[in-house]
Design a protein around this ligand. Structure first.
Ligand SMILES: NC(=O)c1ccc[n+]([C@@H]2O[C@H](COP(=O)([O-])OP(=O)(O)OC[C@H]3O[C@@H](n4cnc5c(N)ncnc54)[C@H](OP(=O)(O)O)[C@@H]3O)[C@@H](O)[C@H]2O)c1
Length: 349
């Protein structure tokens, strides 16, 4: 029996060590509840205000989480002098306008994935953040998780040899109410921006750390649309020099959460739930090794990105080293091309 491989330990700081910032939550829906619960449980961040289109909903959210201040409009939230950073957790269609509101009020901003509807909106936010001299970050939480840092080190160290293939799949059978944001073109619904953005971002992460570049050379997509005209399922192949990523996403079938990276010397497999805190297995020849020591699990992992933002602010950074804004923009350029090929256009684009 060959010796087991030892994987590197993640360098991810404990989220409780990040210096506290005063946060305001903009749009208190499903993920805002999860994020606030995680941040209050695992960090020293202070969630000081909630803002909703309705004062009643803001107050109910504030009461549920012990938050001192509730605002009945997003404008009031971003103008609150007690707030240093705003977490934007609205539907994709509104990320640009609401993040812009917060940036122009001089706040640091964490924007839920997908960052914006398209690359043009993302570029406009990047420019606004530069003008305001504040930190703007995409809340692609997987980038900030410990297992992602294990993968980052393996890629940076060339543990797989030359990377030739990435396979990623995120399919969840969902049968939402016809009025749900997922099905609504006006809210930039569709599975690509909701779930497909995870494998797309993962492929970009691998490409960056494997030296394959910021943007793929080719994009070939196929997909099925819902009766409302958004994407229900997408298969895409993105090509780099000497490497391809095959990526799948679906709201029609529970295809699983599959993530594999194949190189000339070895293979890396991430656990089934690869976008939340997960385990990683490396195989090189007949030797394997696994890292799977997550102390914070499930949605608790949302705390890492908030802690990262607070640390970067304290360090005076204006871009995330783990997911720089030029990469966020490049990922959305690929998403734009995929939507173009499958025929999804949002109203007003
Ligand atoms: N990181 C993750 O694991 C994860 C998981 C799920 C979702 N997300 C992301 O989080 C964002 C929000 O998703 P969600 O599932 O939390 O959505 P949700 O439950 O529908 O909440 C969205 C909130 O946005 C506000 N909003 C503002 N304008 C709106 C409009 N025109 N229509 C509907 N709501 C509007 C609403 O709050 P008020 O009206 O009270 O202001 C609503 O509660 C999306 O970007 C999504 O991709 C991330």
């Amino acid at each position: 029996m060959p010796d087991a491989l030892t994987l590197p330990e993640p360098r991810t700081p404990d989220p409780a060590d990040a210096p506290p910032l005063r946060w305001g939550v903009l749009a208190p829906g499903h993920i805002a509840h999860q994020w606030t619960t995680a941040v209050l449980a695992h960090t020293r961040q202070e969630v000081v205000a909630a803002g909703s289109r309705s004062l009643d909903r803001a107050q109910a959210f504030a009461d549920a989480h012990g938050i001192a201040r509730a605002h009945g409009s997003y404008e009031e939230l971003v103008d609150d002098p007690h707030v240093d950073a705003v977490y934007v957790a609205s539907p994709h269609s509104h990320h640009h306008d609401q993040a812009l509101l917060a940036l122009r009020a001089g706040k640091h901003v964490l924007v839920e994935k997908a960052f914006t509807r398209n690359a043009a909106e993302a570029r406009a936010l990047v420019e606004a953040a530069r003008d305001a001299d504040v930190l703007l970050m995409e809340a692609m939480w997987t980038r900030y998780l410990p297992h992602t840092d294990v993968i980052r080190q393996l890629l940076d160290d060339g543990a797989l040899g030359d990377v030739h293939r990435v396979v990623g799949d995120y399919g969840v059978r969902t049968d939402p109410d016809p009025t749900h944001r997922l099905l609504d073109p006006a809210l930039a619904g569709g599975v690509l921006l909701d779930l497909g953005i995870y494998p797309l971002s993962f492929a970009s992460f691998v490409a960056r750390h494997a030296g394959l570049g910021l943007s793929p050379r080719t994009v070939q997509a196929a997909g099925s649309l819902t009766s409302t005209g958004v994407d229900a399922q997408i298969s895409v192949q993105v090509g780099y020099d000497g490497a391809e990523a095959q990526l799948f996403t679906s709201m029609l079938t529970a295809s699983g959460h599959t993530t594999h990276v194949h190189g000339s010397e070895g293979r890396l497999d991430v656990d089934d739930r690869c976008y939340v805190p997960a385990g990683v297995t490396l195989t090189v020849g007949d030797r394997t090794g696994t890292w799977d020591a997550n102390r914070i699990t499930g949605y608790g992992g949302l705390s890492f990105q908030a802690a990262a933002l607070a640390t970067y602010v304290a360090e005076g950074r204006r871009d995330s080293p783990l997911l720089p804004l030029d990469e966020t923009v490049a990922i959305l350029e690929t998403a734009d091309e995929i939507r173009h090929q499958v025929g999804v256009v949002y109203p007003g684009e």
